[in-house]
Design a protein around this ligand. Structure first.
Ligand code: CP3
Length: 352
């Protein structure tokens, strides 16, 4: 089978004959084939077992036709190596048994050696590159310091981020120490994923939309930038996707933090994004994931609107504005992927 490197070329703002497309959370519960594996194993057991990681990572590539594989894992797998007890409870999501609540707790956190503490992720990358054999690029990922800090401090998912932001406001020195530890951990973890075979990396700042722009600039951006600059300095050839969910009101700051590709949620119209994102960045996004609950004509029309807004600007990776919902009909997801491929070939192919 021919090699498909569309995603890598688009991430570098090179011309492509069509727009590459993948979906955040594509390796997951919307697929019955995933649920069949999950019925036999806990979520963390799956993350820790390279053979199972390979199996579910390949499912959306084989079944849905996406242009990239994203390694099945979780942003929170760095926690155990740092000394944070991690569990996933059904109906509740992630639970951290010993959340961070003081400077003393921050001091106790380790910066793990990724090969030792997350070796199963590196082994999964190596197996996946062999299995994929160039069919599509392999994406590695990590959580950004703020999003990780929110779980570490809140002890799980939260709606209002009260503990996390109060810590940021009240304990600036401890916050700096915590964010620096996360930045160092994540930088080493992403560099190890490059060594193990990841060809593109995505940094998920999933909850950064909860902070005000001034707080982002002062207390979050420097640490995100530390990660993105650090990985760039380690290997400048690997494209970095910076997904700052809910942060389109501070898109200038998100660009300052860095990356090669700016990942967009669906709250900003693509026509405005194209105006506000500097030409040196590629753009990833940004259809509302709930569009996949609409009929095929609506999906086609909404895909067409985004492609028209991007036009022939180089460097577009089509994606959802956030993770695919677990109730999504796989047939609709498949239609969405085919629609992007077909329509974008008409827009871009004429020019290539
Ligand atoms: O994109 C992919 O397909 C790769 C796999 C992936 C998962 N989590 C698998 C997963 C990725 C990239 C993540 C990242 C992740 N994990 C994020 C950032 C992504 C985003 O959406 O912004 C966050 C915030 C987490 C933390 C996390 N993991 C939560 C809050 C939950 C519970 C969610 C829920 O609805 O139950 C998880 C669990 C999780 N991560 C599942 C999967 C497939 C579901 C686990 C299961 O099968 O029960």
């Amino acid at each position: 089978m021919a090699e498909n490197d569309l995603l890598i070329r688009a991430a570098r703002c090179e011309a492509t004959e069509r727009t590459p497309v993948w979906m955040m959370r594509q390796a997951g519960r919307f697929l019955p084939e995933y649920r069949a594996v999950r019925a036999k194993h806990s979520f963390l057991e799956m993350c820790y077992t390279p053979e199972l990681v390979v199996e579910v990572t390949l499912q959306p590539v084989d079944l849905i036709g996406v242009d990239a594989a994203i390694i099945f894992s979780d942003i929170l797998v760095v926690f155990p190596g740092m000394g944070l007890d991690l569990d996933f409870q059904s109906g509740k999501g992630p639970v951290i048994g010993n959340p961070v609540s003081s400077a003393h707790d921050v001091d106790a956190l380790a910066i793990p050696d990724p090969e030792v503490s997350m070796g199963y992720v590196m082994e999964s990358h190596r197996l996946l590159r062999r299995e994929l054999a160039g069919r599509v690029p392999l994406i590695g990922f990590a959580g950004a310091p703020f999003t990780l800090a929110s779980y570490a401090i809140e002890g799980g998912s939260t709606r209002d981020f009260q503990r996390c932001k109060a810590f940021m406001f009240n304990e600036p020195a401890a916050w700096d120490a915590l964010m620096t530890k996360f930045a160092k951990t994540v930088t080493a973890y992403l560099c190890a994923q490059i060594d193990a075979g990841a060809q593109v990396l995505q940094l998920f700042d999933s909850w950064v939309g909860a902070v005000a722009p001034r707080d982002y600039a002062a207390s979050v951006l420097p640490y995100t930038k530390m990660v993105l600059d650090g990985v760039k300095a380690y290997d400048s050839s690997v494209p970095l996707i910076h997904f700052a969910n809910g942060a389109t009101s501070m898109l200038d700051l998100v660009q300052q933090a860095g990356g090669d590709v700016i990942g967009l949620d669906w709250r900003l119209d693509m026509a405005h994004a194209v105006e506000r994102i500097a030409p040196r960045f590629a753009i990833q996004g940004n259809i509302d994931p709930v569009t996949l609950f609409a009929n095929e004509e609506v999906i086609d029309a909404k895909v067409g609107e985004i492609l028209a807004a991007v036009g022939t600007r180089p460097g577009h990776i089509f994606n959802l504005g956030h993770g695919i919902s677990k109730e999504t009909d796989p047939a609709r997801a498949k239609h969405f992927i085919a629609s992007v491929k077909e329509q974008s070939a008409q827009v871009r192919g004429a020019r290539a």
